[in-house]
Design a protein around this ligand. Structure first.
Ligand SMILES: C[S@@+](CC[C@H](N)C(=O)[O-])C[C@H]1O[C@@H](n2cnc3c(N)ncnc32)[C@H](O)[C@@H]1O
Length: 377
């Protein structure tokens, strides 16, 4: 089970909080496509004939791509890799791109079968704070239209902890989400990433600061409301009805292998991680120089153990000490069993057989707890 990620780095405008790699100009679209197809051909042996179960178009804003370009990319991947007949193909989409014509073409002319809509909030003042290009009304229309055109495997992104997003407004956002009967929700706390416009504006006192306590309140509301609707909290930021988990993201969380194409895209094959240059001109050049620019890190045993603990603890499948024993050996197994004890005692972790899970209280400190379980180099 392997996944393919394609980074489509074009946006109409930059969101203040975003630090994913993207360019605003459309002038590179054609050379980008050429370079991308070149990269797919070049790296044909990366997955060593593993079957591809998922293809994920992320960005940037993949929904700015004409459907024929999406098809060209998908067809190339199908030609080069062993793609399953039931492949999940997700497109990240911005609400303002999902008009009737685009949705109709997506549905009728492409094999895209899952949409991830970047709603972020159903309130215009939050969207303004985030510098989103769309309005709340456009989100409502986009969701309605997506369903009408037959996209039922739908997910939306909502951000909480936005200054000005009161508990009442956050509750309303969740209510609006549930009113559409969508089977999946990704929800993230707003993080102020270094060097983003948001960090600069907050630094200059031009935008309100985020408040950690408000984020924690919102997260608690999120857990409560999703549980009331029987959504499964299958990863720290992801909630779904049974059968609608993101297959692609589950590959990341379960330590599966994936290949990422496009500038800044990451790949993992079980023993090393690599990431492409985050620069459009250099990425395009590779097609001429026949030399794709990337950085690579071979993971040590302790790094692989640390990653396993970190990602597995965040999921509904938990962290499996038997897996630790089998894959990393007795030393790691004993270390894990010793280090986990205080977290069980203070009810941040609970145990079922050989699996360990975060309690709701523990979910508030997921990263901190995981790092306490890490093995030093
Ligand atoms: C790469 S973006 C999706 C691309 C799509 N163009 C969009 O903006 O909707 C993936 C998601 O990550 C989340 N995200 C990105 N940066 C974030 C940040 N600094 N804090 C919280 N959530 C963030 C947003 O919810 C966003 O929808």
């Amino acid at each position: 089970m392997a996944g393919v990620y394609i980074h489509i780095p074009f946006c109409k405008q930059r969101c203040h909080y975003c630090n994913f790699y993207s360019v605003i100009s459309e002038k590179y679209r054609k050379p980008f496509l050429k370079a991308l197809l070149f990269e797919v051909d070049q790296r044909n042996d990366y997955l060593k004939n593993e079957r591809v179960n998922t293809i994920y178009f992320g960005g940037g804003t993949p929904s700015l791509s004409p459907v024929d370009q999406l098809n060209t990319i998908i067809n190339k991947i199908k030609k080069v890799f062993d793609v399953s007949a039931e492949v999940e193909i997700t497109l990240e989409a911005n609400p303002d791109d999902l008009d009737a014509d685009y949705l109709k073409s997506l549905k009728n002319e492409t094999p895209v079968n899952r949409l991830s809509i970047g709603v972020q909030s159903f309130f215009d003042d939050d969207l303004k704070y985030l510098n989103r290009v769309h309005s709340a009304k456009q989100s409502l229309t986009a969701i309605e239209l997506s369903k009408n055109y037959g996209f039922h495997n739908l997910t939306i992104d909502l951000i909480y902890g936005i200054p000005g997003l009161t508990n009442e407004k956050w509750n309303d956002n969740l209510k609006t989400f549930f009113s559409f009967d969508i089977p999946h929700l990704s929800s993230y706390a707003l993080t102020v990433e270094p060097k983003t416009a948001l960090a600069v504006l907050i630094g200059k006192g031009k935008m309100k600061k985020t408040d950690e306590n408000e984020s924690v309140e919102h997260f608690k509301i999120l857990l409560e409301k999703t549980a009331e609707k029987d959504f499964i909290h299958y990863e720290i930021s992801n909630f779904a009805r049974e059968g609608f988990y993101s297959k692609h993201n589950s590959i990341y969380w379960l330590g599966g292998h994936y290949i990422g194409f496009g500038p800044s895209a990451h790949s993992y094959n079980g023993h090393s991680r690599q990431w492409n240059v985050a620069n459009m001109k250099q990425y395009i050049e590779a097609e001429k120089t026949k030399n794709i620019i990337f950085e690579k890190e071979v993971l040590s045993e302790s790094q692989r153990y640390n990653e396993y603990v970190m990602t597995s603890l965040r999921t509904t499948w938990g962290c499996d000490s038997e897996h630790i024993q089998n894959v990393f050996g007795e030393k790691y197994y004993n270390y894990f069993n010793k280090m986990i004890v205080p977290f069980i005692a203070d009810e941040n972790i609970y145990q079922k057989g050989n699996r360990f899970f975060l309690t709701d209280k523990g979910k508030l400190f997921a990263d901190g707890i995981a790092s306490e379980l890490f093995m030093d180099e």
